[in-house]
Design a protein around this ligand. Structure first.
Ligand SMILES: NC(=O)c1ccc[n+]([C@@H]2O[C@H](COP(=O)([O-])OP(=O)(O)OC[C@H]3O[C@@H](n4cnc5c(N)ncnc54)[C@H](OP(=O)(O)O)[C@@H]3O)[C@@H](O)[C@H]2O)c1
Length: 272
């Protein structure tokens, strides 16, 4: 990763574990200084210690992206440094349920993190990049953002928002030398997924996902992680016109059946 273009500091939102931690490790190896943001202080401190032991300068912020004022909290450790790269990684959904039955806090939190958080942080850290005429922004999305999924209404909609938002931001920033990428992630072996009981032995390693994001930052607006089937799935969900069947096929399934549901959907599009 080109330190002169995207450095000297990288800010990783959701940077304590999984894909975010791998972004941190790979950027530290390339000489970046890092600001890492997450809620739990312990994994943040553990990762910071690991990175500092190999020479990296690291600052951490324990903050909850679903709460108001989080940008101000992060600014307390970034206002005196030059953030040349913003990676907005956090955004997984851990509570499923019908939108009309869920407590309001659940979808509100998903929207705060994935929609308001991505736009707020992109605005605040992107504007100085544009003035400097260099820098990069990676916003993470999901293959889930191509189809409304019952029990994941706010999450799937928020990820669709992120993809469309990033495309426009990419075009606006390109003339100013700022690279913007929507990193579209499929099933990945992160601690968050493990805690949900997902069969992560079948999933993409987080280091691969982070590496593809960094290597393709200049290939925006969209990079779909190259796990076999990901790009095909995105394409078919974008063009399929039997959407009702597809949405129903995605209706509540045990998480262990994720792979089976994806295959059924693929078959349905093939036959549709
Ligand atoms: N893993 C997958 O299979 C998969 C599939 C498609 C898309 N994605 C996308 O990939 C990204 C990373 O996913 P992930 O599975 O690693 O889980 P994640 O929970 O979105 O990300 C983990 C990181 O974000 C932090 N984080 C989570 N919620 C936070 C909050 N409210 N405030 C501050 N920090 C927060 C976590 O630390 P703390 O818990 O300590 O806060 C951790 O450092 C997400 O945007 C997700 O939607 C993942």
């Amino acid at each position: 990763m080109d330190l002169a273009k995207y450095g000297p500091w990288a800010l990783i939102i959701g940077g304590s574990e999984g894909v975010g931690a791998e972004f941190a490790r790979q950027l530290a190896a390339d000489g970046f200084k890092l600001v890492l943001v997450a809620r739990k202080p312990e994994p943040l401190e553990d990762l910071a210690t690991e990175l500092r032991s190999s020479g990296a300068e690291v600052r951490v912020v324990s903050a909850d992206l679903s709460k108001p004022g989080v940008l101000d909290q992060v600014r307390t450790v970034t206002d005196d440094v030059e953030i040349g790269l913003l990676v907005y990684n956090a955004g997984a959904n851990n509570t499923r349920g019908n939108f009309l039955e869920l407590p309001r806090e659940v979808p509100d939190s998903v929207i705060a993190i994935n929609v308001l958080g991505q736009t707020d942080f992109a605005r605040h850290y992107g504007a100085p990049m544009m003035a400097r005429e260099r820098g990069g922004i990676i916003l993470t999305g999901s293959l889930g953002g191509y189809l409304g999924s019952p029990t994941l209404a706010a999450y799937t909609a928020a990820k669709a928002f992120s993809r469309i938002f990033t495309e426009a931001l990419w075009a606006e920033c390109q003339p100013f030398g700022v690279d913007v990428l929507h990193l579209n992630i499929g099933f990945t072996a992160t601690p968050a997924m493990a805690r949900l009981g997902m069969p992560i032995d079948m999933a993409e390693p987080p280091a691969t996902v982070a590496r593809e994001g960094l290597e393709n930052i200049a290939n925006g607006p969209l990079w779909i992680v190259s796990t076999p089937g990901n790009a095909e799935r995105a394409r078919m969900l974008s063009v399929a016109d039997n959407r009702g069947d597809l949405v129903r096929a995605h209706a509540i399934r045990p998480r262990e059946e994720t792979g089976k549901a994806a295959q059924e959907m693929k078959d349905m599009v093939g036959n549709g």
